[in-house]
Design a binder for this molecule. Structure first.
Ligand code: HEM
Length: 155
């Protein structure tokens, strides 16, 4: 029961991550290209994105260390998990590691952007760091077409 609730929350929060990141990217690329001034809403959207990443990280850690049966098997021996089939390798090693790096890049990006003195530089930093995060998240999502894929939406 706890596992089902966590998986559903983790699956939905994925869309909060993807949507907030898409808005951050669109606004920052436009801000960088046009040189428009930074506004309070730009900061609000960026903070919402970081908040969604942090929530997803907390849910992911709870899955990984508390309730996921597949992660429990993988955690016993990560080296063995790596060679024990696609699903174990993905959910036991690749997905947690890649997503952890993505969250670190997201935080570093936001800190880097806030330190920029010019608005255009802030948009550029957010666009570049946001793009790196987006690539990593896109590569590490268990898309339904993969052999170990999961549904796009959980009821
Ligand atoms: C931005 C970060 C993340 C995104 C977008 C994300 C996305 C997802 C998605 C879409 C699923 C499939 C859920 C389902 O079955 O419907 C999943 C599963 C899972 N995630 Fe994440 N995740 C993220 C971070 C993490 C982190 C940091 C960890 C661990 C430290 C983690 C651990 C897991 C585990 C263990 C599962 C599979 C659980 C199971 O089926 O037993 N995730 N993740």
């Amino acid at each position: 029961m706890f596992l089902a609730v966590l998986l559903t929350l983790h699956s939905w929060t994925r869309w909060a991550v993807v949507a907030s990141l898409a808005v951050v990217l669109a606004r920052s690329v436009r801000g960088w290209a046009t040189g428009r001034p930074w506004t309070a809403s730009d900061g609000g959207v960026a903070r919402a994105w970081i908040g969604a990443m942090d929530l997803q990280l907390a849910l992911g850690f709870t899955l990984y260390f508390v309730s996921s049966p597949i992660a429990e098997i993988a955690r016993r021996d990560l080296r063995e998990a790596w060679g024990a089939g696609d699903a174990l390798r993905f959910f036991g090693v690749v997905h947690p590691a890649a997503m952890l790096v993505a969250v670190v890049i997201a935080h570093a990006t936001w800190t880097w952007a806030r330190r920029a003195e010019l608005d255009r530089a802030r948009f550029r930093r957010l666009a570049l760091g946001g793009l790196a995060t987006a690539l990593l998240v896109a590569l590490a999502i268990p898309w339904p077409s993969l052999s170990y894929g999961r549904p796009l939406v959980r009821p």
